[in-house]
Design a binder for this molecule. Structure first.
Ligand SMILES: Nc1ncnc2c1ncn2[C@@H]1O[C@H](COP(=O)(O)OP(=O)(O)OP(=O)(O)O)[C@@H](O)[C@H]1O
Ligand SMILES: [Mg+2]
Length: 157
């Protein structure tokens, strides 16, 4: 587990940018990588995804999947990023109804409000939690398995 304080929006973008930059040196397994993004409404989860995509060379608009539930990015570095926001799910089964079991598994899944999808959601390799602290955010990264630990090790170096 590792925590850092992000004093403003730019700090969140920079943090996410470095974080995803580490992925370029990382061998993504067949089943991809799953990251749950935790935090209250407005905590900075989508801001993180914006910086994350920038770090992988995506220059376009990153919109919140609040209504679409999923935004998918096929990046020039050959990685696919799937950005989910399950806030509007009224039951976990909506994961299956939305066709999310049929998506490309060899992708990086960044999931906001993963708890709304219950056991239908692939288990996380990493958790990132954003907490409002004064005018900034405290972010805590937790590795949940060996893959998560490998990745966290890359980031810490
Ligand atoms: N480190 C930071 N310090 C202060 N403000 C920040 C920081 N990071 C992001 N913000 C601001 O907080 C807000 C976060 O919005 P964002 O859409 O990223 O939140 P979210 O966690 O995705 O919320 P939701 O659950 O509603 O999707 C934005 O206005 C952004 O500018
Ligand atoms: Mg969001």
């Amino acid at each position: 587990m590792s925590s850092i304080f992000l004093p403003n929006e730019q700090a969140t973008l920079d943090f996410a940018n470095v974080f995803s930059g580490c992925l370029k040196k990382f061998r993504l397994p067949e089943n991809g990588l799953t990251v749950y993004l935790y935090g209250d409404l407005g905590a900075g989860k989508t801001t993180f995804v914006r910086g994350f995509l920038r770090g992988l060379g995506f220059l376009g608009n990153v919109k919140s999947p609040t209504y679409s539930l999923l935004e998918e990015y096929h990046l020039p570095c050959e990685l696919t990023v799937q950005h989910f926001d399950l806030y509007r799910f009224s039951s976990p089964e909506e994961w299956t109804d939305a066709g999310f079991d049929d998506l490309d598994a060899n992708a990086i899944r960044l999931i906001e409000w993963a708890d709304k999808g219950g056991d239908f959601v692939p288990p996380a390799d990493l958790d990132i939690t954003f907490t409002v602290q004064n005018t900034g955010r405290m972010v805590t990264i937790t590795a949940l398995n060996d893959l998560g630990k490998d990745f966290l090790g890359q980031w810490q170096n």
